[in-house]
Design a protein around this ligand. Structure first.
Ligand code: ADP
Ligand code: ZN
Ligand code: ZN
Length: 694
């Protein structure tokens, strides 16, 4: 009766649940018909429709999940032996990210592994190096304790540094430290010695940096200071092959220290012993596309899964981190003094622009101070967080304003290129010779960007050597490094730029730092905007007087009595944080509530908004079924269009969901999102957990 050639005894068959690089949730079932025993973490090729796609074995099963028909299940086509099997701990981390951010598991893997790994099945170009590394792998173990020594110039730690280091060193299990040190307090030296001691114990360390431009200098610094250290970087500036090579070296313990931007937080490190997140408050740790993770939060989870300490370093911690430190979840280590003998924090001055009106962004007291610094042969920094020549171009006779034809936003005038460029969609067009509505040939810039400020500075300081550093001036490969190199070697009198000049650089000759046009951030509807402004100002102020002598920080504002400035004058982070946390508690903002945004995109706004209304209705029905009272557990806001509603021809709406309980929020999402998957239609939608912008 039964055909002996047909396998119907499911005990003899192995099934695998595969995470496939497809934007659909869940695992997909396949039969394993190869001789070798499958293991979770194996890289495989599987049939998907008529194509072959790449995937990872996630579960090995003896039976199929209920409801799956045996004859519909296809077989795994091949195992890709050249790709190292992913470790259990790494899979736990990806599994956590998938559950926490409610993002399909296959897409999580695809978004976090080096791109070139995915092409293994399709093109052959990555196979030869992979084979070579696999061979190397088999012949020598990476688990050697390197003999790393510190260079001889290493200095005695300050008392505060020594205390912080000893607390970190005493921790061998999981625990989170906030290393809260003012700018110039020598946090890097603490990182360095903590790393040294972990590496000497045969462990790996992961150091995350917020800014890709800082990685080469930091890598050099560590390589020079710690001889024998096997150090490598991971960031998007590497070629695919370099990145793959470093990733493999890291994942086979051939690197002791991995310095990386946010994407490196998912690197599987078999001997991870310490995670450091420098400038933990930096917004660039949040990934805004695909898997929208916070690298800081993932770093903490990686520390937990590897049972090792995590150090969050900052002069102005994020309020989430500060809140957790205050409540005792994180340990507070403080560095209150600058490490270099004699170096102190700069003096802060507010320039009231109601009494000292500014011309092209510069007030008289600021110009005077810049002149004096120039005469004294010092370097100065002028900070303005807006690139381009002017935020837009307008016609004063008819009121015409240059807008992007694809976005609901003004276009930015880039005068040097003769272009009007949209900072939302990237589209650019030539500056018109005359007003397109009334023909007026005298179009005027509105507002001020770094290019216009550079021009204004050159006009008031004709003999000064001025260097602008922003995303536009440093576009080419190596351009940013070259610019900072020039600045460090003193061939520049005035540096003008965006937050790029504020981050991490240890300029030796800077005495005077100026910040202009900061007021808009005081009144933004974005909950984190004041926090960001405060940390940016503290950070840029910190560039002054690092090598000794008293620095000077001048901020132009129309609102010198605003509480943010009152704290800034005293450089009182704790005062600012207390004020801001009170305000957020009162307003019901994070960290006192947990939030999730549902974003819907469509060519037509009514379609996007329609989807969100249906989503909200479904949520209400579901909450009623679950017996939860909407008013106290889950709060559903009304769907609204985004402030910049149209970008690149796509209209965007959002629906905010909040709860004071993180677990209630996620329990609700687990029920709600599968329902939304059914509703999709032609609207593209996604969710953002713990959004940084709402
Ligand atoms: P942070 O990252 O906290 O802003 P850095 O780590 O950049 O500070 O250190 C600031 C400066 O202090 C650097 O020039 C560094 O070489 C110096 N420094 C650090 N530790 C010491 C120390 N113990 N003694 C003297 N100088 C130090
Ligand atoms: Zn006009
Ligand atoms: Zn645009």
């Amino acid at each position: 009766m039964t055909n002996p050639l047909v396998l119907d005894n499911s005990d003899a068959v192995t099934f695998v649940g595969v995470a496939v690089d497809i934007p659909l949730p869940g695992l997909f079932d396949y039969v394993w018909s190869m001789e070798e025993v499958p293991m979770p973490g194996d890289s495989v090729l599987v049939p998907w429709g008529r194509k072959m796609v790449w995937g990872w074995v996630w579960e090995v099963r003896k039976t199929l999940p209920e409801g799956v028909q045996r004859d519909k299940v296809k077989a795994v086509a091949a195992r890709i032996v050249e790709v190292p099997r992913l470790s259990e701990r790494w899979m736990s981390l990806i599994g956590f990210a998938s559950r926490y951010y409610h993002h399909p598991i296959g897409a999580c893997i695809a978004d976090t592994l080096p791109k070139s790994l995915k092409t293994v099945g399709k093109t052959s170009s990555v196979l030869p190096p992979l084979k070579k590394w696999a061979k190397q792998n088999a012949s020598e173990s990476g688990d050697v304790v390197p003999s790393v020594v510190m260079d001889l110039q290493s200095r005695a730690l300050t008392q505060e540094q020594a205390a912080a280091l000893s607390d970190i060193g005493a921790m061998s299990a999981f625990g989170v430290f906030l290393l809260h040190g003012i700018t110039g307090s020598g946090k890097t030296e603490v990182y360095l010695q903590a790393i040294l001691s972990k590496v000497q114990q045969g462990r790996q360390c992961l150091l995350l940096l917020p800014e890709i431009n800082l990685t080469p200098a930091v890598e050099q610094f560590f390589a020079k200071r710690l001889q024998g250290l096997r150090v490598g970087t991971l960031h998007s500036g590497l070629t695919d092959t370099q990145r793959l090579k470093n990733w493999l070296a890291a994942s086979t313990h051939r690197l002791d220290l991995i310095i990386s931007t946010r994407l490196g937080v998912f690197t599987p490190l078999p001997a991870l012993g310490l995670v450091i997140v420098d400038e933990e408050h930096d917004p660039s740790y949040k990934q805004m596309e695909g898997l929208k993770y916070s690298a800081r939060d993932i770093a903490i989870m990686a520390g937990r899964l590897n049972d090792c300490p995590v150090v969050l370093g900052s002069a102005t911690p994020s309020l989430e981190t500060w809140h957790k430190t205050q409540s005792g979840q994180y340990r507070h280590l403080t560095l209150k003094q600058r490490a270099v003998a004699g170096a102190v924090l700069p003096q802060v001055e507010l320039v009231d622009t109601r009494h000292h009106p500014s011309q092209a962004g510069l007030s008289k007291p600021v110009v005077e101070a810049l002149k004096r610094a120039l005469e004294a042969g010092e370097q100065s920094i002028v900070f303005l967080n807006r690139r381009g020549y002017a935020p837009t171009l307008m016609c004063e006779s008819c009121g015409w304003v240059a807008d992007c034809h694809q976005c609901s936003a003004h276009v930015v005038w880039h005068r040097k290129d003769g272009l009007l460029r949209c900072h939302h969609c990237g589209a650019s067009k030539r500056v018109p010779a005359a007003c397109p509505t009334c023909g007026n040939q005298d179009l005027t810039p509105f507002g001020c960007g770094t290019q216009r400020l550079e021009e204004a500075l050159q006009a008031v300081l004709p003999s000064a050597r001025i260097l602008r550093i922003d995303a536009d001036s440093t576009r080419g490969k190596g351009a940013a490094e070259a610019a900072f190199e020039t600045a460090h070697h003193g061939e520049v009198d005035v540096l003008v730029g965006t937050q790029m000049v504020a981050k991490g650089h240890d300029f030796q000759r800077v005495r005077l730092v100026v910040a202009v046009n900061v007021d808009a951030a005081l009144f933004s509807h974005q909950p984190k905007s004041a926090e960001r402004l405060f940390s940016q100002l503290m950070q840029v102020a910190g560039r002054a007087g690092r090598a000794g002598g008293v620095g000077r920080f001048m901020v132009q504002t129309n609102y010198p009595h605003h509480p943010l400035f009152v704290s800034l004058l005293k450089q009182d982070y704790e005062g600012f944080a207390a004020f801001e946390l009170d305000a957020r508690r009162a307003a019901g903002f994070a960290p006192f509530v947990f939030q999730v945004l549902v974003r819907a995109d469509h060519k037509r706004l009514d379609h996007a908004m329609g989807f969100l209304s249906v989503a909200k209705d479904l949520a209400q029905t579901l909450l009623a079924e679950m017996g939860w009272d909407e008013s106290d557990t889950i709060r559903l806001c009304d769907p609204v269009p985004l402030t910049v509603v149209r970008v690149a021809g796509v209209e965007r709406g959002q629906l905010l969901v909040e709860s004071a309980s993180r677990s209630a929020l996620h329990a609700f999402l687990n029920r709600w999102l599968p329902v939304l998957w059914q509703e999709k239609g032609s609207v593209r939608w996604f969710i953002d957990v713990d959004p940084v912008e709402i």
